[in-house]
Design a protein around this ligand. Structure first.
Ligand SMILES: NC(=O)C1=CN([C@@H]2O[C@H](COP(=O)(O)OP(=O)(O)OC[C@H]3O[C@@H](n4cnc5c(N)ncnc54)[C@H](O)[C@@H]3O)[C@@H](O)[C@H]2O)C=CC1
Ligand SMILES: N[C@@H](CC=O)C(=O)O
Ligand code: NA
Length: 440
């Protein structure tokens, strides 16, 4: 039997993910020690209330409310309390004392990443955060290590389990957002404040992290264009279904050259129509998927559990083993790579396809008038469909719903087109504007 030196592991937070980290360490600790080449001794678990009920059986003597004291002398600190403070202070304390840190905290990495990476580099420690993007799915290491020799050009992913779960329920069961969100919260997918999920903040944080890694550029969270799912209506979901699409909240990161020839990157999050034949349409429930397009590797797809306590604990423990191996081997941690330093371009530089639904008066010449508005703004129409027209309830003139699909158009041209349609006499209302992403 090989005798290993023991590494002191301090855990901060014993919620959905933290409790599962303890349970898995209790179950597989000996085996993980063999993989790591060092014993992994859980020296304590910092909690807010030692008497609170937990989903894992944590020995009471390990529980403490004094996180700062626990960090002192630890070789590896696992931060699973979430949020900015006091997580940031605890992580800085741990890194400054030379400990490696494992975190799942995307909010913190996306907002204070440069400060934390610099603190780690200063002392030769390493900050591990595989669980911060797409939960259990390995995506941080593939981007940082496996694709370090390639040029990533685009990433398109479903990176928020809660919103994918909600949109899936709306699509398959016709369930409302509130009911589906309550279930997602019960299942441990949602953030402590689920506004972070449904308003797209969580996905935007992940987009910032992915874009920074993929393009070797610091992408600040404020530069990520963000739209959540709260404005997605049951009607939009049903119309999408009828037209062969499904609505998904997408995070898109890409290298672009804008109209003035400036090369940069774009990171954005919005709900979009995805053709049902596209592989992303098959990503159901709280599952996540990330497509990566790289110059030499071509298309790669990463799929799996993006949320959930035990699933996310898998990524945390993978990082713990990596941190332990690093301690055994010695030497400085891997520093963040941001040498490319590309500008982050605004959403107005992006081009994409759109689908616009209009309620119009059903009379001769309407279609020609609408087509002219698109043409005047340089937006090329690809498809037009008209639903059954109906006579108004008050016996007034008949109306029809027109659904217009466009070729690729710039965000700016599209916005001007929609504004002009809204002010046109033949248009009763613009009922829906959605981007279309992914080809059949
Ligand atoms: N739940 C999930 O599916 C995933 C979560 N994450 C991230 O993992 C982290 C943890 O998430 P969950 O476990 O879901 O959250 P949670 O809310 O279930 O657990 C957090 C725990 O930390 C405790 N806590 C808060 N402040 C504390 C403090 N100052 N000292 C000690 N304990 C404190 C809370 O009482 C709670 O028990 C977050 O950063 C989250 O964004 C990442 C991927 C997936
Ligand atoms: N709330 C997040 C949890 C994982 O990051 C999600 O729903 O994806
Ligand atoms: Na991950």
């Amino acid at each position: 039997m090989i005798e290993y030196r023991n590494l002191r592991v301090a855990l901060l937070g014993a919620g959905s993910v933290g409790a599962q980290v303890v349970a898995l360490l209790q179950k597989h600790g000996d085996e993980l020690a063999q993989r790591a080449g060092a014993g992994l001794e859980l020296v304590g678990v910092a909690v807010r209330d030692v008497d609170a009920p937990r989903t894992a059986d944590i020995p009471r003597e390990l529980l403490t409310t004094d996180a700062e004291a626990l960090i002192v002398g630890a070789d590896v600190v696992i931060e699973l309390i979430g949020g900015i403070e006091p997580a940031r202070t605890y992580i800085l304390q741990a890194l400054n004392s030379g400990a490696d840190v494992v975190t799942a905290n995307k909010a913190l990495i996306a907002t204070h990443g440069p400060e934390l990476f610099a603190a780690a580099e200063q002392v030769g420690a390493q900050l591990f955060y595989e669980a911060a993007v797409a939960g259990a799915i390995p995506i941080i290491r593939p981007l940082r290590d496996s694709l370090a020799g390639d040029q990533v050009t685009r990433i398109m992913g479903i990176v928020n389990g809660t919103t994918n779960f909600i949109l899936d329920r709306m699509d398959t069961d016709g369930e409302g957002l509130e009911t589906a969100l309550a279930t997602a919260t019960e299942l441990g997918y949602a953030e402590a404040d689920p506004t972070g999920d449904i308003e797209g903040f969580d996905a935007a944080q992940k987009a910032a992290i992915l874009a920074s890694l993929a393009f070797h550029t610091t992408v600040p969270i404020d530069s990520v264009h963000r739209e959540g799912i709260t404005s997605v209506t049951a009607e939009q979901v049903a119309s999408a279904r009828a037209a062969g699409f499904v609505i998904k909240l997408l995070a898109i990161c890409e290298r672009l050259t804008d109209a003035s020839g400036t090369e940069g990157v774009s990171a954005r999050v919005y709900p979009a129509l995805v053709p049902r034949t596209h592989p992303l349409a098959a990503v159901r429930g709280a599952k996540n998927a990330v497509f990566v397009e790289a110059e030499a590797a071509g298309d790669l797809m990463f799929y799996g559990a993006g949320a959930g306590g035990i699933e996310t604990a898998s990524a945390v423990l993978g990082d713990l083993v990596s941190a332990a191996r690093r301690h055994v081997i010695g030497g400085p941690g891997i520093a963040e790579s941001n040498h490319a330093d590309l500008p982050v371009l605004p959403i107005s530089s992006v081009t994409t396809r759109y689908q616009i639904s209009l309620l119009v008066g059903d009379r001769p010449g309407v279609l020609a008038t609408i087509a002219a508005v698109f043409a005047e703004h340089g937006v090329s129409v690809e498809t037009v469909s008209q639903s059954v027209s109906s006579v108004g309830a008050d016996g007034g003139p008949a109306t029809a719903t027109l659904v217009i699909g466009t070729h690729e158009a710039s965000e700016a041209d599209l916005a001007a087109t929609v504004a002009a349609l809204g002010g046109n006499d033949v248009v009763r209302s613009v009922t829906s504007v959605l981007r279309v992403e992914g080809s059949d």
